[in-house]
Design a protein around this ligand. Structure first.
Ligand code: TYD
Ligand code: MG
Length: 454
């Protein structure tokens, strides 16, 4: 047998080195190198090359009309996946701890088991390295208390649990199961490890190796696998970042834990678009799908208050109306505050500067606060105009017209620039009764736009 070689892999950046050292030469992190196994390549004569390679497969030989996707039973999840679960695919569901990943996947397991219970793909295996089956049962009981849903979900019997953290054991179990499971859920990839490596569960080496082995299993058996991966606020440590290139799709479940909204976003999708997002509400009995996000985001809006501006933003390819709130107050500090919640802090500083310079608003001795109602995070420049109008409305203490909805990017010269999906945004606003659209083209500069406040 060929000698097994190991390398030292940085747990911070994933850099590989032949020898151990105290500091990683590529990222500068201290004490981050961990020994990792390198599987030697098989040699088959001809200096390592095969005498006869594999026979390539012709397009005409590939059977089937595309892939048969498995409906997940959760519309918003199917939308993000591009129309259902592709057999043999590995989907990474990433998110901060406590955001609702296990909840979403438990719901998926319940729905799918009850939806396809007559077909051969009805078995769902839930590999629970983090929680015990009893704890998951508690969650299932909680989810089943939804009004209007029968308490004993018909599919529950086809859901089995595997409390195991050794990835090799997990794979052997899956491959030996009869009938083969139609879906495997691994919660979480950070709890798995292999004894072939010395690193701890959750380290870059272990996370990568375990995922790789599961990926190979999925491709071999054609069983789709969902992997849960935790991310921390700071980002990349041993988290999904090191897996993104490995897996087929990467979905992020995002949201503010203090709010009920959860947004499921595709970061990468080999079998669909990355523009789609799924919107959920985290309720007492699990995640609830939201078909018309605008309705929900505007539910608690108080009309007729200065500082409130309705913005037509995009979540993926879906237009969503949200309320941007501004508050301007004389400052008590030497340097006035600029506090942004839900919009970029630097963008807010820039927009207040534009308002001061181009529109003559004396914001230099004012604290400026901007908040997006509902805990949504708006990252696109199309919300600029809404932020400016909310600030100006609060400063002038004047209410924006009741039927106004706005969007547009604001440049440093005070000009209003075009944004994508203008027609979709306007359509959504009109659909909800906001007929006065303030958009690029209709107003040329931010100074013009402020005239609406009189
Ligand atoms: P969980 O799915 O365990 O998070 P993750 O797996 O991403 O770490 O969800 C944890 C939170 O969700 C927890 O704070 C409680 C809340 N929750 C509800 O509000 N309603 C529910 O029905 C469930 C199951 C959880
Ligand atoms: Mg969990």
């Amino acid at each position: 047998m060929a000698r097994q070689v190991s390398r030292f892999v940085c747990q911070n950046c994933g850099g590989e080195f032949p020898k151990w050292s105290g500091q990683c030469a590529s990222c500068g992190q201290w004490n981050s190198l961990v020994e990792t196994l390198v599987v030697p390549k098989k040699k088959t004569g001809f200096g390592g090359r095969r005498a006869f390679g594999r026979e390539p497969v012709r397009l005409s030989q590939i059977k089937g009309k595309g892939v048969m996707r498995l409906g997940s039973g959760i519309g918003e999840l199917d939308r993000v996946l591009g129309g259902g679960i592709v057999p043999g695919s590995v989907v990474l569901l990433a998110g901060e701890p406590g955001i609702g990943k296990s909840t979403l996947l438990t719901q998926l397991a319940l729905r799918i088991t009850s939806e396809v219970k007559k077909s051969s793909t009805s078995e769902v295996l839930y590999v629970c390295g983090e929680e015990s089956p009893e704890q998951i049962k508690l969650r299932i009981d909680r989810l089943n208390t939804t009004p209007g849903q029968s308490k004993a979900s018909p599919g529950v019997t086809q859901l089995s649990f595997l409390p195991e953290t050794d990835v090799d054991e997990v794979i052997v179990t899956i491959e030996g199961q009869k009938p083969a499971p139609g879906l495997v859920i691994v919660d979480s990839v950070q709890s798995l490890s292999t004894t072939d490596l010395t690193g701890m569960a959750g380290s870059v080496g272990q996370v990568r190796e375990c995922s790789y082995r599961l990926l190979n299993m999925a491709k071999k058996t054609n069983i789709p696998v969902f992997l849960v991966g935790h991310v921390t606020k700071e980002g990349a440590i041993a988290g999904p970042k090191v897996l993104e290139h490995l897996v087929d799709s990467v979905l992020y479940l995002e949201g503010d834990k203090k709010h009920v909204f959860r947004i499921l976003r595709a970061q990468k999708n080999r079998f669909g678009s990355v523009d789609e997002v799924g919107v959920f509400l985290m309720e007492e009995a699990g995640l609830k799908e939201v078909e018309n996000p605008s309705d929900v985001f505007l539910e608690e809006r108080q009309a007729g208050v200065p500082g409130s501006c309705l913005v037509a933003t995009m979540e993926g390819t879906r237009p969503v109306l949200v309320e941007v709130q501004g508050l301007v107050n004389p400052t008590q500090l030497a340097v006035p505050r600029r506090v942004a919640t839900g919009v970029d802090q630097r963008r807010l500083t820039l927009l207040t500067a534009v308002l001061s310079k181009r529109c003559g608003l004396p914001l230099g001795n004012m604290d400026v606060y901007v908040n997006v109602a509902g805990g949504l995070n708006l990252r696109e420049p199309a919300v600029d105009l809404g932020v400016c109008l909310a600030i100006a409305s609060s400063f002038k203490n004047k209410v924006l017209p009741k039927k106004a909805a706005v969007f547009g990017e604001v440049g440093l010269l005070g000009e209003i620039r075009q944004v994508s999906f203008a027609a979709k945004r306007a359509h959504e606003a009109k659909k909800l009764g906001y007929s006065l659209i303030i958009e690029p083209g209709k107003v040329k500069t931010i100074r013009d736009a402020l005239k609406i406040l009189g």
